[in-house]
Write a protein that binds this ligand. Structure first.
Ligand SMILES: *Cc1c(COP(=O)(O)O)cnc(C)c1O
Length: 366
């Protein structure tokens, strides 16, 4: 049996540090917005290479609050990938702004910078690239377009903590980076959590007010804010995990390379291929196949977990039926949704397990 992802070994490996973090927070009697969050914010900003980090409730709100902090809302347009997890779109529409989807590169999975200029109008305010599966989007090209048109860039870093473009970390490449610490992400909390990284002091200051009811001074509310705070316990846990992030990402890279090796030449199977300038962090190892149903069945029969990220692109979800974007509107995103399959990967998976998965994939292709 090889599960798609098992989170229990993470606790086993880090138990002394995590248990000490738990005891420290419990003993402090202070649970929201305190020393642990402040320390994590400093450590995570240093890790990403930004001047500021603001801890928030989750990744979705990291995206939402950044748009809100830039006063992006009704009447504005935000360019988003057609091929992404729905959270990216939800953040834009929650603020009352319009999503303008742009198709991925033919190889996928990320937004094709070559298609962005044609999507820009006088109402466009921001571009929201997603580093899907831990593979960095083409940030050099995207930021160049944004600069030319005076647009903000907010990276959705939910799947790519630690990834790099030409040596610089994701989350430090645009005007803001929105991070999720959902338990399954490369750095996951033991509950929900999120953050925004940025070099912009004004954005950081506005986010600190927005996350706390629009208040800087207790019971003085300068604007209508939210309750979206990273809590002390999660911050204390995340500090322990941050020390391991590079090492765990490196373990993922080794496993991905093993998959590449074992799966090369399998007929009808497309392997993920990162551009030369990118250092992906393999949040997911996603293959493409036109025989997905048979392959999934073979993996199931062998006791191997697999998942589809994602089976329905946002524009075909019932949640966005009102946008009137029928099948055929974004053919590349639709084809990816029909052909992608995520194989098991994680920092605690063994190379033997990768070999076992690859054997089943290989045999099912014959
Ligand atoms: C997980 C995820 C989010 C949302 O993060 P939450 O912390 O679950 O709110 C946003 N975008 C992408 C691409 C994600 O994978």
């Amino acid at each position: 049996m090889i599960p798609f992802l098992d989170l229990k070994p993470a606790y086993a490996e880090l138990k002394p540090g995590l248990d000490a973090a738990y005891a420290r927070v419990m003993g402090s009697g202070w649970f929201v917005l305190g020393r642990e969050v402040e320390a994590f914010e400093q450590e995570y900003a240093a890790f990403c290479g930004t001047r500021h980090c603001v801890g928030l409730g989750n990744g979705l709100e990291a995206l939402e609050l950044t748009l809100r902090a830039w006063d992006i809302g009704a009447g504005d347009e935000v360019i988003v990938p057609s091929n992404t997890y729905i959270a990216t779109w939800l953040a834009v529409t929650a603020m009352g702004a319009k999503v303008v989807p742009v198709e991925p590169t033919p190889a996928g999975p990320n937004i094709d910078p070559g298609n962005i200029a044609a999507a820009i109008t006088s109402r466009t305010k921001a571009i929201m690239p997603v580093h899907l599966y831990g593979e960095p989007a083409d940030m050099d090209a995207i930021t160049a377009i944004a600069r030319k048109h005076g647009l903000k860039v907010i990276e959705d870093v939910a799947q790519a903590q630690g990834a790099k473009v030409r040596g610089r970390r994701t989350g430090a490449l645009g005007d803001a980076g929105a991070h999720s610490f959902f338990p399954t992400k490369n750095i996951g909390a033991f509950g929900d959590g999120g953050a925004v990284t940025t070099d912009d002091p004004a954005l950081a200051e506005r986010l600190r007010a927005l996350r706390n009811y629009g208040s800087r001074v207790k019971y003085v509310n300068i604007e209508r804010g939210y309750n979206s705070r990273l809590d002390e316990m999660q911050a204390a846990f995340l500090r322990v995990k941050l020390e391991k992030l590079d090492e765990w990402n490196e373990r993922r890279r080794v496993l991905a390379a093993r998959y590449d090796d074992r799966l090369s030449g399998v007929s009808g199977l497309g392997l993920p291929r990162a551009p030369q300038w990118a250092e992906p962090v393999w949040h997911l190892y996603v293959v493409r196949t036109t025989r997905r149903a048979e392959l999934t069945k073979a993996l199931d029969a062998a006791g191997i977990g697999s998942l589809v990220h994602y089976p329905i692109p946002p524009h075909l979800q019932q949640a966005y039926a009102d946008l009137g974007l029928p099948r055929g509107s974004f053919p590349l995103a639709e084809t990816l949704a029909d052909t992608v399959l995520s194989l098991p990967i994680g920092p605690h998976m063994t190379t033997e397990s990768v070999d076992a998965v690859a054997d089943v994939v290989r045999r099912s292709a014959q």
